[in-house]
Design a protein around this ligand. Structure first.
Ligand SMILES: Cc1cc2nc3c(=O)[nH]c(=O)nc-3n(C[C@H](O)[C@H](O)[C@H](O)COP(=O)(O)OP(=O)(O)OC[C@H]3O[C@@H](n4cnc5c(N)ncnc54)[C@H](O)[C@@H]3O)c2cc1C
Ligand SMILES: NC(=O)c1ccc[n+]([C@@H]2O[C@H](COP(=O)([O-])OP(=O)(O)OC[C@H]3O[C@@H](n4cnc5c(N)ncnc54)[C@H](O)[C@@H]3O)[C@@H](O)[C@H]2O)c1
Length: 457
């Protein structure tokens, strides 16, 4: 049986761990799917390439209020799809070739790995291997909700929807989180009739309440938004799919050409038989790790979606850097820093957030002051004629330190970055607002004014 110094399961963020300092180590990398993992192949990167294209497709309709008559002539779905994957697929293949053929100390096993015991792994290729240390970076996959006949009716998830043969005329999106919000924007901007079905009374319910409320209000002007619906059954029709639901007004149905299920993601621990390694799990199936990314078996480390509180690529990458350091420097390990984890929803409008929501501050009994600033009241907001965007901040009244920042509106994912920086480096709101120039009349004036609006001494 072949023995390795290090085995890494999963080629998403896990693939970034082997570096030159490990050139003398025997390393095995195990992958069951497409090399490069979720973000590159079916996640962040293709979705944002579609979102940018959707922003362009939506631009003519938005230009009207500025006095510009423009018209969207056509959306060439196959060309868009092939442009995006024509760029991504070679990157994945190149990454695979580099690891498999050009890294002298790395062997790639392409199969579904399973633990045999805490040091032994069945690679799923017919070969079983052993290792001194193991990194589990096996990610997550879409959850399919319990809806009668959904499997036989057929549906898409984020894994398949971006590779459709043709653009549907209509699309039902089941779910109301990140993926639902982003794909609703993409497909509706391409002219598809979109219905979004939510169990709760708001879309993006994890956001600060005022942000989720505003997003839901705007969404209702563009998409058929059905809130507080329980989906009971799916049914195949001559042209697509019909869903049977229970809602506030009783039973109802909705039909479309295609169905996208976007109801969350589950960790891939079940595929790995982790019980055989004696690794402890959370109730939701995630691997339990300590601040050094060590599992309950200290020679096994875990990172990213399979263990993290956050299903975000920048978090998986951060945790991979921590794991890499701790493998190389076991006597001087570093801790993961999850204090100020930002996230953005690349929909329309965009949303970005970091730190506490107002509801979390209240629930935890944390003292806070809050202030908002509308895009409509800054000069660049006038330029864009924005009427719905705003920034909302929470700060500690005693120290002026920021506790949370939430932005809904144009380029929110970029506009929020100085607030993430201030929180990460402990800059208080007043020093931040008045201790630097803010380029006039640019979008970050939204942040400057929100900071100045905070009722701080
Ligand atoms: C549609 C979508 C859009 C997203 N957009 C964003 C975004 O804009 N920004 C952001 O921060 N995050 C985004 N995310 C989340 C982000 O993609 C994930 O948090 C991140 O990719 C997780 O990385 P990972 O390394 O933990 O897992 P992954 O990248 O999923 O890698 C795990 C790998 O392990 C392999 N594997 C699993 N089980 C086994 C096994 N038993 N044996 C061998 N191999 C196995 C899998 O095939 C996979 O390749 C998005 C996710 C989706 C689905
Ligand atoms: N921009 C980004 O960073 C980005 C983009 C996409 C995905 N992601 C990551 O991927 C994860 C998965 O995304 P997601 O949108 O699938 O999950 P999510 O957790 O964001 O949202 C899932 C939604 O589905 C709802 N839901 C669950 N079961 C349901 C049912 N039976 N019927 C109707 N609704 C139901 C939930 O209430 C929730 O609103 C996200 O949590 C996020 O961390 C990030």
């Amino acid at each position: 049986m072949r023995h390795f110094d290090l085995v890494i399961i999963g080629t998403g963020s896990g693939n970034s761990i082997p570096n030159e300092a490990m050139a003398g180590w025997d390393i095995a990398i195990l992958e069951k799917g497409t090399f490069g993992g979720t973000c590159l192949n079916v996640g962040c990167i293709p979705t944002k390439m579609f979102v940018h294209t959707a922003d362009q497709a939506a631009a003519p309709a938005n230009a009207k209020k500025l006095g510009v008559d423009a018209h969207l002539d056509a959306v060439h779905w196959p060309q868009i799809r092939d442009r995006i994957f024509g760029r991504i697929d070679p990157i994945s293949e190149g990454g695979r070739n580099w690891r498999a053929n050009e890294n002298a100390n790395v062997i790639v096993y392409e199969g579904t790995a399973k633990f045999v015991d805490a040091h032994t792994i069945d690679t799923g290729t017919g070969e079983t291997i052993t290792a001194d240390r193991i990194v589990v970076a096996a990610g997550s996959r879409p959850t399919v909700p319990e809806v009668a006949d959904i499997e036989t009716t057929g549906f898409h998830t984020s894994d398949s929807i971006m590779r459709l043969d043709e653009l549907p005329k209509s699309l039902i999106i089941l779910g109301s989180g990140f993926i639902a919000a982003e794909f609703a924007h993409v497909f509706s901007s391409f002219g598809v009739q979109v219905t979004v079905i939510a169990r709760s009374n708001l879309l993006l319910r994890h956001e600060d309440l005022e942000i989720a409320q505003r997003f839901t209000d705007v969404a209702r002007t563009k998409w058929d938004v059905r809130l507080q619906r329980k989906t009971i059954r799916a049914e195949k029709t001559g042209t697509g799919v019909r869903l049977h639901m229970e809602g506030p007004d009783g039973a109802e149905t909705v039909e479309a050409d295609q169905l996208l299920v976007a109801t969350g993601r589950q960790p891939n621990t079940d595929l790995l038989d982790v019980a055989k390694a004696g690794i402890e799990l959370h109730d939701d199936g995630r691997i339990k790790v300590d601040e050094y990314q060590r599992t309950s078996r200290p020679h096994i480390l875990a990172l990213g979606d399979i263990s993290s509180d956050y299903q975000l690529k920048h978090v998986a990458n951060h945790e991979a850097r921590v794991v890499q350091h701790n493998l190389l420097h076991p006597d001087e390990p570093m801790r993961s820093d999850h204090r100020f984890v930002p996230a953005a929803v690349f929909s329309s409008p965009q949303i970005a957030s970091v730190g506490l929501t107002e509801e979390q501050a209240k629930a935890r009994g944390i003292r806070y002051v809050t202030a908002s600033q509308a895009y409509a009241s800054i000069a660049y907001g006038w330029a864009m004629e924005d009427t719905t965007g705003f920034a909302k901040l929470l700060a500690d009244p005693a120290t002026g330190q920021l506790l949370g920042a939430h932005i809904i509106g144009p380029q929110a994912s970029s506009v929020i970055q100085p607030l993430i920086q201030a929180m990460s480096f402990g800059l208080d709101a007043k020093s931040m607002a008045r201790g630097q120039y803010w380029i006039h009349p640019a979008m970050p004036e939204l942040v400057e004014n929100a900071l100045l609006n905070l009722p701080l001494d």
